[in-house]
Write a protein that binds this ligand. Structure first.
Ligand SMILES: [Zn+2]
Length: 414
């Protein structure tokens, strides 16, 4: 079974993936991204690494596996993913006195005794050779701002200060810097990020390294392990369980859209870099279909955004116009009474209204707050229409229901 997840998520004031700190300044991770803008322009934008996402998923997996009484090694269960790096690590993690010499036996030992390394892979590289590698059964990557949001993404350092007035620690200048009124900066970022995660259950609980044993069962509870991986995935997505600095910089998170495909064989949801990906997923399903079921969530707010905004603006506009015209009429009747009856008011009103409304509407459409929403709204509306008609496609206006149903389909297929 293959589960593919792509989504677009608005994350405000996040510090989920920080890189170095320079003195008292902590930097957000930045990556170069190329955007076609006639030619190509490079942007340095905030990003959340795939390593960070993978770490989060494996932490959830360790918890879920343990609560299902499945084995997890003593390091992974504490979120220390050394992943059987060398002999010392294996001895400590699995509480064994010796590491087998045979490569297949090494893989069997690790897979049998740790669901995290079974699902998430490991790299055993002992001194003197004999390395064994297991590729992760899930794949994820950098979360970067989506195409439409690339130019309006921001990173901003925020000043923080530890309050210590009235203590002896702020009396000397030196102590003030080190202990007392400590000031520090944390870079925060806000953007709509693209999210990707694939899970392939084909090799869970099975041998992958030694060519003579590939595909053989290494455990007798493959199904329970797959179930555990799916349950962890559900929790991980619906609770957004990854990233750093969450204790004091818990971000404001709102999914814009999410597409989950559950299939028998490899079938990935197209890249969510553009909002068109929902439509592309539905189209792809029609041409390539290894027993795929699609589960689509579109945030209802995205669908109603622009229309309501423009309606409100237009109403305001017409009200203002009415007042202005009444004022004109009154003025002309008072000051130029001879002309008042000769003027075709209806015609003037019509012309003025038309020109004012069209100029105000283009102003409204170009406004920064609307550019993003108007660009994507139409795309989502079309996707919504397609999703309602398409076979094997379920559309949700509730995120947790979407995730629950998708994982439910996965559990049925085990
Ligand atoms: Zn482990």
């Amino acid at each position: 079974m293959f589960v593919s997840i792509r989504g677009r998520v608005l994350v405000n004031v996040e510090a989920l993936n920080m890189t170095e700190s320079v003195g008292n300044y902590v930097k957000h991770r930045r990556v170069p991204v190329i955007l076609p803008t006639g030619g190509y322009t490079a942007f340095f934008v905030p990003a959340i690494s795939g390593e960070s996402i993978a770490h989060g998923f494996q932490q959830v997996l360790a918890e879920v596996a343990k609560s299902s009484n499945l084995p997890v090694c003593s390091l992974c269960e504490r979120g220390i993913f050394l992943k059987s790096t060398n002999e010392e690590v294996i001895k400590k993690a699995f509480n064994v006195a010796k590491v087998p010499k045979d490569e297949h036996e090494v893989e069997a030992l690790i897979v049998k005794n740790c669901v995290v390394e079974d699902v998430g892979g490991f790299l055993y590289a002992p001194k003197g050779g004999g390395q064994v590698k297991r590729t992760s059964n899930f794949a994820t990557g950098y979360m970067i701002p989506v195409k439409e949001a690339l130019e309006s993404t921001v990173i901003e350092p925020q000043l923080h200060m530890r309050y210590a007035l009235g203590t002896p620690f702020v009396k000397s200048k030196r102590a003030a810097g080190q202990l007392g009124q400590m000031i520090y900066y944390v870079e925060l970022a806000s953007s709509v990020y693209a999210f990707s995660f694939d899970l392939d259950t084909k090799f869970i609980g099975k041998a992958t390294y030694s060519i003579d044993h590939v595909g053989e069962d290494l455990v007798d509870n493959v199904k329970e392990r797959v179930k555990s991986a799916l349950q962890a995935l559900e929790l991980f997505i619906s609770e957004f369980m990854f990233g750093a600095k969450r204790t004091r910089f818990l971000p404001v998170v709102e999914w814009e859209s999410l597409v989950i495909a559950v299939s028998d064989d490899v079938w990935t949801v197209p890249s969510p870099n553009s909002a068109k990906y929902v439509k592309e997923s539905i189209n792809k399903l029609q041409s390539v279909n290894p027993n795929v079921n699609l589960f689509i969530y579109i945030n209802p707010d995205v669908l109603k955004g622009t229309t309501e905004y423009i309606r409100k603006k237009t109403d305001e506009l017409v009200e203002t116009m009415k007042l202005v015209i009444e004022d004109w009429k009154k003025n002309i009747r008072e000051k130029l009474p001879d002309y008042a009856d000769k003027i075709d008011w209806d015609k003037i009103v019509k012309e003025k209204l038309e020109s004012l409304i069209s100029s105000r509407l283009s102003e409204v459409a170009e406004a920064g707050d609307l550019r993003y929403i108007s660009e994507i709204q139409k795309v989502y509306q079309e996707a919504q229409g397609m999703a309602e008609e398409a076979p094997r496609t379920a559309l949700f206006s509730d995120l947790s229901k979407c995730v629950k149903n998708a994982i439910g389909e996965g559990l049925k297929r085990i």
